[in-house]
Design a protein around this ligand. Sequence first.
Ligand code: NAP
Length: 292
Amino acid sequence: MSKTILITGATGQLGKATIDFLLKKGATPASISALVRDPAKAEDLKAKGIQLKLGDYNDYASLLAAFEGTDKLLLISGNDLANRAEQQANAVNAAREAGVKHIIYTSFFRKNESAHSPIYIVAKSHMETEKAVKASGIPYTIMLNSLYADILPMFMGEKVLETGVFLPAGDGKASYTTRQDMAEAAANILSTEGHENKSYIVANDATYTLYDVARILGELTGKKISNINPAAEVYIDTLSKAGVPVEYVGMFAGFSEAIKQGEFDTSASDLEKLIGRKPTSLKEYFASVYTS
Ligand code: NAP
């Protein structure tokens, strides 16, 4: 009998993409369950034959009931940064009580684990969940996911091709990695053996500065696009005056500073081995966003 797989965050982009890769790789819909808060957001999953399980990271009983009978659990990190350490502890505890046999957690690649990290609020909850996963006694796999290439269009804004790249990240390099590649890696970990008690760095095989980003956008569009690289104060002031909500300004500025400090600059990666091919380059990814 094939192993039963449960994906949390299944109404999100990484969760849906992982389910699609599982199906493409031959998993039967009946072997896959999806934890969802709102079934209305999961009509597409239901139509594919995926079993929906109602659950919320804040509600332990719902998680326990949902995880019953699960062999492999993909715990996709939540996006409520202030509360997710406790939420994910609920998920890990429920997995242990339900007898889950393997838990895979989508964590975050980082170098600076101190409170001085410009993205400490992100790193702290991931570190706490990793600790809980390892302490649970359940065989585990930690995916140390690098920065999504997919966040660059959001960080750079809709007018990037007219106004240039406007982020205070200096010449920091980062291994921007597509969400699709990460989803394929997760699907492969879920559908093959030998990943127990391992941590994988899920990062691209190349690193890019925002000067590279501007150059690549220029090559793809035939336009001259510069990297303005403003000072952090100028960046914060400009976004605030443009009416961007303060929490977004703080988040974008924090990530920019982290990129500047080389937080996501890694030449080590397990991604190529996990997906059996070269990761998608930033140019290939941008071609799908800016030229299609
Ligand atoms: P996403 O599209 O925002 O999906 C997040 C998923 O988490 C959604 O399905 C959401 O459910 C679910 N969720 C949130 N709070 C929950 C709760 N209390 N109980 C149950 N489910 C809950 O994000 P994504 O693109 O798939 O990325 C997955 C995760 O990676 C994110 O949540 C975040 O932690 C992390 N991330 C990483 C990067 C990176 O650069 N590496 C960038 C962005 C995010 P609903 O649909 O009901 O809201």
